[in-house]
Design a binder for this molecule. Sequence first.
Ligand code: FES
Ligand code: FE2
Length: 443
Amino acid sequence: MSDHSGVLSDVRRGMIPAHIYNDRELFDLERERIFGQVWVFVGHESEIARPGDYVVRRVLQDSFIVARDEQGQIRAHFNMCLHRGMQVCRAEMGNASHFRCPYHGWSYRNDGRLIGLPFHQDAYGGEEGFPRKRQRLLPAPRLDSYNGMIFISLNPDAPPLLDYLGDFTFYLDYYTRQSPSGIQLSGPQRWRVKANWKIGAENFAGDMYHTPHTHTSIVEIGLFREPTGAKRKDGATYWAGNGGGTTYKLPPGDLDERLRYVGYPAEMIERMKKSWSAEQLRVIGDDGFMISAASLFPNLSFVHNWPRVADSEDVLPFISVRQWQPISENETEVLSWFAVDAEAPEDFKRLSYKAYLMCFGSTGMFEQDDVENWVSLTNTAGGSMARRLLLNSRMGLLTDDREVSPRLTPEQFAGPGVARTGYNEFNQRALLSRWADHLEAAR
Ligand code: FES
Ligand SMILES: [Fe+2]
């Protein structure tokens, strides 16, 4: 194994060795030291709302059945049969009280317990020869949830989920708790792109600089009025706990006016007022910032935008949750969910879904613009010249590391963490610094 200390120190000073976006050896380290250690999102409770509902999700190549058992408890079991290792559940989602292995027919309850073996008596001597009790599918070492977002960790000693999320929960609430009922997720759409997983995570964490350029055509056709250069510069970026994101600056107004500006109807605004803290409301109502894209380390992202959905000036907001699921050092499976407040009016849900489909997902215009860049970057990063190139990711820093623009004060931005306006790449650097810390820590 090579010594990567030079790579890690370059990353920490914002000069990124280009090959980290297409490097087999680093990918093997990421598998073990990041994805084998941290909390990884595997689904939302609304996807498995009824007893027996399940989804099959992966942490890299480890497949898990995430199910709600007959008692209503959420569980995640490694999707590998105790007998000869066949994948027990081959469907992607569904409802089942039992899972029967396709190979020799061992069957398991949806709480993971082994319940049936063909020819149990003849082949194993029955209960005496092979007692079924205490035989169960291997559970994920850790499972916990926040606002219905289910995470697992392959590390039995991982810190509690809440500690891992840290102050990022403050921002997570905007996406996942607009009312006491929380969000419901639909999808995911899944597709593969020939791009490294870190690029999407970095982009959603803080790349407000690309929107005026990469997404020019979206502004030109009048779909989304915000991503102009000036509007992006005035938005704040924040980093808190293990995640960070971007915001847009809203026009003058009070809380109601500002939430109406992005397209929320009065009844949803009333529920937001009851669901969010005074500080969470202040960021919007007083400070005038509205969340846009965000990433939680390592590979979960969110987006909240408000495009025009009809031939009028009216806009309507949508939320998408997305995961950058690594396949290899140069391929990523994108999972893209539509998320909406469970208590939102049906009309709103329908139009919000339309807004999502226009912007993100496999039909989304933003998505197509972005991916073209990411595939090209990844491809080029795999060559030999990329090993000699350090990418400049120092936006917002002067040569002596002083910051180009000052941090926002608590009077200017009521949220936790560090926030700034102006073009910068602090969040991309924060995300990649965590990446470097993990690659280094578990030696
Ligand atoms: S591998 Fe599952 S029953 Fe044999
Ligand atoms: Fe983009």
